[in-house]
Structures are given as C-alpha cells and as structure tokens.
Write a protein that binds this ligand. Structure first.
Ligand code: PGA
Length: 200
C-alpha cells in the first residue's frame, strides 16, 4: 500500500486526476472503474479540464462504475465483457464501504443489492432535497472486480474520514470494514489530505 499525503482536497484531486490521465495516455483502451460520491468530484473536474484542452482522448476507454443502479447479473456480464479493470477509483464510506459494499459477515463477490446503513443514508443526504428522498438500497459491484483491478486508487479528504482510514488500514482485514480488504491488493494507492491521514 502506498500513501500520498496532500495538503488539501484541491491537490488531492489534481494528483488523482494525473494518475488517471497517465493511465489513459499509456493505455488508450483502458477499462476504468469510476466511483460516485463526493470524493471524486474535484478529480473529475480536473479530468474534464484536461479533456477540454485536448490533452487526452477517451474514445477507446470503457468505464465500469461501482455504484450502478442496474440489474445484477446483467451488470456482472458487462464487467466480464469489459475485461479486467485497469484502474479502479474509489472513495471510502464512513462505515468503511467501497462502492456500496456495506459492512457484513462476509465479502460479497458479485453485483448485489444492499440495504444502505444509516451512516451511508445520512452521508448521502447532501445530494438530495430531503432525507425522505435518499435511497435506502443500492445495487453495487461486488468486491471481486474491485480486488481484481490491476490498480486501485482511493481518495479521501477531511477529518471525518480519519477514523475509518485508521480502522481500514491499520486494523485487521474484515468484512465488517469492507475497505480493509484493500490491504491485500498488490497495487493500492491511497491519496489523502493531512486531516484524513491524521489518525494513520
Ligand atoms: P464520499 O463517499 O466520496 O461522498 O465521501 C464515499 C463513498 O461512499 O464511497
């Protein structure tokens, strides 16, 4: 596991965007796993800027996104057809979820429907007008394609991520903290700001 410490979210976004852009420049037909949530927004903005300046071409790129709202078996077929993900971008939930793989008794391998935890529902509240509108369930890519990705890049910023980063990467590998399984990935990079790393 590599850790890249940044001063703030802006720098974090630029560093993550550079790694994704380099991936596409090196391998124009890359399969990218792109996270939803708040963490990657700045990274995506940087990528869009670079695209608009004509620095990168996404015409051959395939994007497989971990938190898709689609039929499970069909989505597993789409993942299989795309082949191994070259670079998987992830955030981390306050309860340690990756994609929407919530804490549980075992690691779920395939795309599945999850009941979101109260912590996740509360965290997603900011994307909706009222708490009632926040989905209680989600479909998510399973742990298998994430672990099989050639490279995994996680971005995390802010003090509220400090405790879960400590639990996930200093504590034991456990399905109760799904992100902890990334300790076993051979090419895993965490880009985080000083606040998020304050307990690591
Ligand atoms: P966030 O969510 O990026 O909005 O903090 C992380 C996640 O749910 O994976």
């Amino acid at each position: 596991m590599r850790i890249i410490r940044t001063q703030n979210t802006k720098e974090l976004s630029a560093r993550a965007a550079d790694m994704i852009l380099a991936q596409v420049i090196l391998k124009p037909d890359s399969v990218l796993g792109l996270a939803t949530g708040g963490s990657p927004v700045g990274t995506y903005e940087k990528i869009v800027e670079s695209y608009q300046r004509g620095e990168v071409d996404f015409s051959q790129v395939t994007s497989i996104n971990p938190d898709e709202e689609e039929a499970c078996a069909q989505y597993d077929r789409i993942i299989a057809q795309a082949g191994t993900i070259d670079l998987q971008l992830l955030g981390i939930g306050l309860d340690g979820h990756i994609g929407f793989n919530e804490p549980g008794d075992y690691f779920e391998c395939n795309t599945h429907c999850v009941n979101l935890t109260e912590s996740t529902i509360e965290a997603n509240r900011r994307f909706f007008n009222s708490r009632e509108e926040v989905p209680r369930q989600a479909y998510t890519m399973g742990i298998r394609p994430i672990l099989q990705a050639k490279r995994v890049l996680m971005i995390a910023s802010g003090k509220n991520k400090a405790e879960i980063l400590h639990k996930a990467f200093i504590g034991p590998v456990t399905p109760q903290i799904p992100a902890s399984i990334l300790q076993l990935h051979p090419d895993f990079t965490l880009i985080a700001d000083a606040e998020a790393l304050s307990e690591l």
